[in-house]
Ligand binder design. Structure first.
Ligand SMILES: Cc1cc2nc3c(=O)[nH]c(=O)nc-3n(C[C@H](O)[C@H](O)[C@H](O)COP(=O)(O)OP(=O)(O)OC[C@H]3O[C@@H](n4cnc5c(N)ncnc54)[C@H](O)[C@@H]3O)c2cc1C
Length: 403
């Protein structure tokens, strides 16, 4: 039985019309780079490789952008899921700061893309806010503030005295303009449109079911028996990597989201900020261009093949309750409820680079809460690597760093 990675009424594929359908593969073809997975990560890779004049093919087993791309909340933040205090047992302060700087670079890259090709995906630069309403967690936020401030990042400390929001705060960390948000499905389609103008070939409904490595090539066989021969394959298949490796990459949970109907009296302050609390597991929220609020969190251990209706209903209800508590003056009417697999790593970073034992097998896996920004970095770094240039910071994302 197929593992179900996404469940429910996924907002981004429900609110968007299908803009373009790609063909399925009906013959054997040759290319230089084969990307397996047609979500936002595959689309980012396809864009960067084809822009660099590298012959590239994307294979997507179902429909473009209907995997976790259809439910990602798309909070684009330079900061990581955990704070410095939690991360320091797994990595160095230098690496944490470097990860923040790389996040800022990835945010700049998205802005450059939008500036060049137009804003067709409701992209918006917003503030990024991390907070706690618990007195005992105040110190953690203050430590994180000091850590970032010393590193030269632009952050403000918020407390009860200067709280601009209507909900309670003991301590908060505001990064003005430190984040962005967009519609991930539209952004994916946009990247593919531009990529195809550069020569990218995209095949939907084309599942990769077998892979063979030869001296100078790698061949992927599709479910209907057609073959794609390339020089390398890049795994952009999200949380589904079994075809390529036996490695356990990341710890999987199921994370839940609910999205409201458009809200008339939503105040501007909430339209310009993405918010995360400091709970474990944490809640995160954003608004959309049509004034909905999306809130997520309540993560539980991922159980393949198991749909626990009672548990899911309970978690959706918890999110709704949390929203009502945060915004008692708003009419909270939930329209979409959905959940999906999510993978995290000890140092909060994804996986980008070559397999340590196979130079033709490359990975771009945006694990962690910053999956989209990691995919952006993967697109930049891996296309450079293909052209012979190694980015020194790619080592942060090494596949075997936990071995
Ligand atoms: C609820 C939720 C909220 C999230 N919030 C955020 C957030 O706020 N910010 C952020 O940056 N990240 C967030 N993430 C993480 C983010 O969703 C992921 O990083 C990103 O969407 C992953 O995109 P992807 O293209 O790698 O995966 P997917 O969209 O899942 O794409 C992988 C594709 O590969 C295809 N595929 C798999 N196997 C094969 C095969 N054998 N042959 C061909 N195709 C195959 C699948 O069909 C799928 O379409 C969130 C994730 C979830 C679940």
């Amino acid at each position: 039985m197929d593992v179900q990675y996404v469940q429910g009424d996924c907002i981004f594929t429900r609110t968007n019309k299908l803009t373009k359908q790609y063909p399925y593969l009906t013959q054997n073809i040759n290319t230089d780079v084969i990307i397996v997975g047609g979500g936002i990560t595959g689309a980012i890779l396809g864009y960067y490789f084809s822009k660099n004049n590298i012959d590239t093919v994307i294979l997507e087993k179902a429909r473009i952008g209907h995997g976790s791309t259809s439910i990602t909340t798309s909070l684009l933040q330079y900061e990581l899921d955990s704070n410095y205090i939690d991360l320091k047992s797994y990595t160095t302060p230098h690496n944490i700061i470097k990860s923040y700087e790389l996040g800022i670079k990835a945010l700049d890259e998205i802005k450059k893309f939008i500036d060049k090709y137009g804003n067709n995906c409701n992209y918006k630069v917003v503030d990024s806010f991390l907070y706690t309403d618990k007195d005992k967690e105040k110190i953690e936020i203050i430590e994180e503030y000091k850590f970032r401030k010393e590193a030269g990042l632009k952050v403000e400390l918020i407390d009860k005295s200067n709280n601009p929001f209507k909900f309670d705060i003991e301590a908060g960390l505001l990064s003005k303009g430190g984040g962005a948000q967009f519609d991930p499905y539209k952004f994916t389609q946009d990247l593919l449109n531009v990529g195809c103008d550069y020569g990218l070939r995209v095949y939907e409904n084309t599942e990769a079911i077998d892979i063979k490595y030869e001296d100078n090539n790698v061949t992927i066989e599709s479910i209907y028996g057609h073959k794609v021969r390339g020089k390398i394959v890049i795994v952009a298949s999200g949380y589904n990597t079994e075809l390529f490796t036996k490695r356990t990459l990341g710890t999987k949970t199921t994370t839940f989201n609910v999205a409201t109907k458009p809200i008339n009296n939503l105040e501007d302050i909430y339209k310009n900020v993405i918010i995360r609390d400091n709970e474990d597991p944490y809640n995160y929220l954003r608004t959309t261009s049509d004034n909905r609020i999306i809130i997520g969190g309540e993560d539980v251990t991922f159980s393949p093949h198991k749909f626990n209706k009672n548990l899911y209903t309970k978690n959706y209800n918890k999110l709704e309750k949390r929203l009502t508590k945060l915004f008692p003056n708003l009419n909270i009417d939930i329209e979409y409820k959905y959940c999906g697999a999510f993978a995290s790593t000890k140092d909060n970073l994804g996986f980008i680079g070559k397999d340590p034992d196979n130079s033709k097998l490359w990975y771009c896996l945006g694990y962690g809460a910053n999956g989209i920004l990691f995919a952006l970095l993967g697109g930049m770094m891996l296309s450079e690597l293909y052209l012979g240039k190694t980015n020194i910071y790619m080592s942060l994302f090494k596949i075997d760093r936990f071995d």
